[in-house]
Design a protein around this ligand. Structure first.
Ligand SMILES: *Cc1c(COP(=O)(O)O)cnc(C)c1O
Length: 227
């Protein structure tokens, strides 16, 4: 299936309140251009050194979401380009995003990434870690970041019940933090969850952003020059 056909097919299944993040990591610029010509404007990248040249090459109306683990020393490179950093998992990172955003007079939208999957290796916050961040004096003083919601990944398994439970847990965390910390913020409204193999389940559990890569661009070629 062509990139354009895959985008049309996926979009036709999305409810109106769900936006498609086309995860273009490891794909060449030509593939992104094909998606752009098919009407796609929201792209997800997981590495700073890949996002920056792509953002410079693609039209200015593309919105870029950073979805990978972000090291603090890379924030300065992506700060001018990102519409959202979905993968915030520490206060240290938020402080650095705030600092780099202030330098260029921006407010950068962020999502809080939670760890709910069974695997040990996935990044992300626990509920307690997140509460510690939000209750800290340092957080209260950040003027150049904005928290727009939460992000997470389900366990890497074929077990649908497990996947559903993981997404329900992410949605529960969203509801908890909405009520207790962001009740007065109209911006705190996003739940980013669901990838190629599990996004229909994520939508049923409340996703507002789904991040689909291989389902659009095909299996990633990790041996290409972006690796
Ligand atoms: C790569 C990636 C995706 C997309 O995964 P696919 O299985 O290719 O759809 C989604 N979210 C994150 C955080 C990713 O790193």
């Amino acid at each position: 299936m062509s990139v354009a056909a895959a985008i049309q097919r996926i979009k036709s299944t999305l409810p109106a309140h769900v936006e498609l993040v086309a995860v273009s990591k490891f794909n060449p610029i030509e593939a992104l251009q094909e998606a752009y010509e098919a009407g796609q404007r929201l792209f997800g990248e997981s590495q700073a050194q890949e996002l920056v040249p792509k953002a410079q090459a693609m039209p200015a109306d593309v919105k870029w979401h950073f979805i990978g683990h972000l090291q603090t020393n890379k924030v300065k490179y992506i700060a001018p380009y990102v519409a959202c950093i979905e993968s915030v998992d520490s206060l240290k990172l938020l402080v650095e995003i705030n600092k780099q955003a202030a330098k260029i007079d921006r407010v950068i939208p962020c999502l809080l990434q939670f760890h709910v999957a069974q695997e040990e290796t996935k990044w992300g916050l626990t509920q307690d870690e997140c509460e510690d961040i939000l209750n800290s004096e340092q957080f209260a003083n950040l003027r150049n970041i904005r928290i727009d919601g939460v992000m997470g990944m389900a366990s890497n398994t074929e077990n649908e019940a497990r996947i559903r439970a993981d997404f329900a847990q992410i949605a529960r965390l969203f509801a908890y933090f909405k009520i207790h910390y962001f009740a007065s913020s109209p911006h705190f409204k996003h739940i980013s969850m669901g990838m190629t193999h599990d996004y229909p389940i994520a939508i049923k559990e409340g996703a507002t952003l789904v991040r689909v890569g291989s389902g659009i661009f095909g299996e990633r070629m990790y041996q290409n020059h972006y690796k």
